[in-house]
Design a protein around this ligand. Structure first.
Ligand code: TRP
Length: 445
């Protein structure tokens, strides 16, 4: 009985955490950043970032959450009485809100593509056609805002009815479907004429294209991808059971998430080259390539609905993991009722996101580039800064003994060596690397 329970909770912990990590980052941001940063060399740097910075910071967040069983702010104040570390909590909540403001907009685009696919708009579509459809949707005034509203209503309903059961169940069904659809896309994409160029673009590194901006971008992506630097993982870890294996879970989540990103890259780039699209076209990349691929597949008009539907769910679950940071804070620290907290947070998000949706390039408010600002500021400054503070906090203000104790579930897991090495990396390597990248990104060195 006991063993079975352990297994089921382990699986739930893994899936819920993965449902935060997997999202638009894999199928939208990863391919488009890879495209605009030159391909394979960018991917290699990204992989390095997740190994040297991503894994250690994830362990720190898991530690904070499960050790205290509290929201981010509650966690830092429980672990230390130094007021300065409250900044981790405040910064986390500001980043959460800013990410949600532009993420909800893109999620709204995805929802609208579900609807457009059902209507059959992409049947026999051309390269010019997909561009036209994307631009006319994203630069309109009301439809993007209306879809943001729909997204946030779905998010609110799931959040109010209690995250755990809903997400767990939905994730178990949807993650495999998303994977199967990505594999179908990949196979089709790889067999298109001229696919080879896309594969080379993904796997043949050209280091002449690497500069500081590329490194900062890869680092930012590694935080964004793994939902790190702002307390999402700490918040989710506060719901873990005492017997979940933190180290193993971090490794599994990171590996699975990376595989999904690579699969998305393999689905998208061969098609980009085959259809003569521009790999560095930016945020529109996903919305142009996927309809083109499916328009060439038998049964594609059904599969494309399924694809955007699963992408919509993946993005919804990622938003839920952001909102939960704020919901946990307001319910625990401010004693707010859960329903009230959810409605307040999603209402504010709706207002700002609706305005943000009009600030994309070509939009009516594009002289105020809020969309790009929220994206850039969070990925290149706030998340790495949050990660730096978290690493310093755990590495220098938490006892190694306590860290090892939590990683090994009070000595029941035999991982002292691995956890010890991670602790040393958290203490020295991660902060120094982050400081160097950070200083050079703001032009100091
Ligand atoms: N990781 C998600 C993605 O790749 C996005 C996300 C969810 C996120 N929660 C986060 C990013 C917290 C930064 C911080 O789509």
């Amino acid at each position: 009985m006991k063993q079975r329970e352990g297994f089921s909770s382990g699986l739930a912990v893994f899936l819920v955490t993965l449902s935060s990590a997997v999202g638009l980052g894999n199928i939208w941001l990863f391919p488009y950043l890879t495209g605009s940063n030159g391909g394979a060399a960018f991917i290699l740097i990204y992989l390095l970032c997740i190994a040297i910075v991503g894994l250690p910071v994830m362990l720190c967040e898991f530690f904070m959450g499960r050790r205290t069983k509290k929201n981010v702010m509650g966690a830092v104040t429980t672990l230390s009485d130094k007021k300065a570390f409250k900044s981790i909590g405040y910064l986390g909540m500001i980043s959460t809100a800013m990410i949600a403001f532009f993420y909800a907009v893109v999620s709204g685009w995805v929802y609208s593509y579900v609807f457009k696919s059902i209507k059959g708009i992409f049947k026999d579509v051309t390269t010019e056609g997909v561009k036209e459809i994307f631009t006319s949707h994203t630069t309109a005034i009301f439809p993007p805002a209306m879809w943001v509203f729909v997204v946030l209503v779905v998010v609110s309903v799931i959040l109010i009815s209690g995250v755990k059961k809903g997400i767990e169940k939905v994730t178990k069904v949807l993650m495999p479907i998303l994977l199967i659809l990505l594999v179908i896309c990949t196979i089709k994409s790889l067999t298109l004429p001229g696919a080879k160029e896309g594969i080379e673009f993904l796997f043949k590194p050209d280091f002449s294209k690497v500069n500081m901006a590329v490194i900062v971008s890869a680092l930012g992506l590694s935080f964004f991808k793994l939902s790190l630097g702002m307390g999402t993982m700490a918040t989710y870890a506060s719901y873990y059971t005492k017997d979940s294996n933190l180290y193993g879970n971090a490794a599994k989540v990171i590996i699975s998430d990376t595989l999904v990103s690579l699969l998305a890259g393999l689905a998208i780039f061969p098609a980009v080259f085959s259809f003569g699209l521009d790999p560095s076209s930016g945020p529109s990349l996903l919305f142009e390539t996927i309809p083109l691929i499916f328009s060439k597949i038998p049964g594609g008009s059904v599969l494309i609905v399924a694809f955007f539907l699963t992408a919509a769910f993946a993005s919804t679950m990622a938003i839920i993991s952001m909102m939960e940071v704020l919901v946990a804070y307001f319910t625990e620290e401010k004693n707010m009722d859960r329903t009230k907290a959810v409605i307040m947070i999603t209402s504010i998000t709706f207002i700002v996101s609706a305005i943000t949706s009009m600030t994309v390039s070509g939009g009516v408010l594009n002289q105020y580039p809020l969309f790009d600002l929220f994206d850039k500021i969070t990925s290149s400054i706030f998340l790495p800064l949050g990660g730096l503070l978290i690493a310093i906090f755990i590495g220098w203000f938490i006892n190694k003994k306590d860290f090892l104790d939590e990683m090994s579930n009070g000595g029941t897991l035999n991982n002292t060596l691995a956890a010890g090495i991670s602790y040393a990396i958290i203490k020295f390597v991660t902060p120094i690397l982050l400081i160097i990248v950070f200083l050079s990104s703001i032009g100091v060195i």
